[in-house]
Design a binder for this molecule. Sequence first.
Ligand code: FPP
Length: 251
Amino acid sequence: MLFKKKAKKDLQNENVDIKDVVKNCGLRHIAFIMDGNGRWAKRRSLPREAGHKVGASTFKKVVKYCSDIGIDTITVYAFSTENWTRPKREVEALMRLLDVYIKTANDEDDENRVKYVFLGDKEALGEELKAKCIQLEQFTAHYNKTLNVALNYGGRAEIVHAVNEALRSGVTEITEDDISKNLYTANSPDPDLIVRTAGEVRLSNFLMWQSAYSEFYFTDVLWPDMSPDEVDKAIIDFSNRKRNFGGVQNA
Ligand code: FPP
């Protein structure tokens, strides 16, 4: 039997420039489900909050890396609508991290020169945090690359919100386009690749509508240990996938 040898890209075997891979494989939008902060801390006998602290610094590095190698849109799942049920101390620690993060992102010298868009219902964040999120969105609106931060976000709630917005605008029969243009991600393309860390293989109410044709990459690496090399692995894997979007190739 004849096997056609597939020319797979492999960073170890070939001298591949990841920027070329990104450009050639059509990866415009990468999304991360940043999982495993708690386990990372537990393995070191540290409180869960310590895992989130390192996770926040990893988040910053990964965003910078993705933007440097030419990815236009990055989305991260920072806090879901379900995360409010975590212990008060953990929720407060996450909100504090976010507050510090927003402060540094507001700095003109901040290395992450991206347009911030917060996905989710800002009302539950409290007046102060809500105002800071809006201010950061306005302050960074002129940058070309986009960082979507899903905060108090749930995919199903987002679809319900989009339908209600469409109805409010007077639409009587809802089309897919009515929903897409009323999602929090209305100005971003759908994610090409969704990466989830920490060995969990599920979507957890993240980008439910937008992920219809996304590719998925799962790794056992815990989020605080996520590195440029691990991001490269996900991208190389993605670049070797065949995407048909429901059609056929070479029919
Ligand atoms: C999931 O890990 C992670 C979260 C619920 C929060 C993600 C937040 C960060 C990476 C840092 C903060 C982000 C910003 C924007 C400053 P887990 O706690 O569920 O881990 P586990 O499954 O191992 O317990």
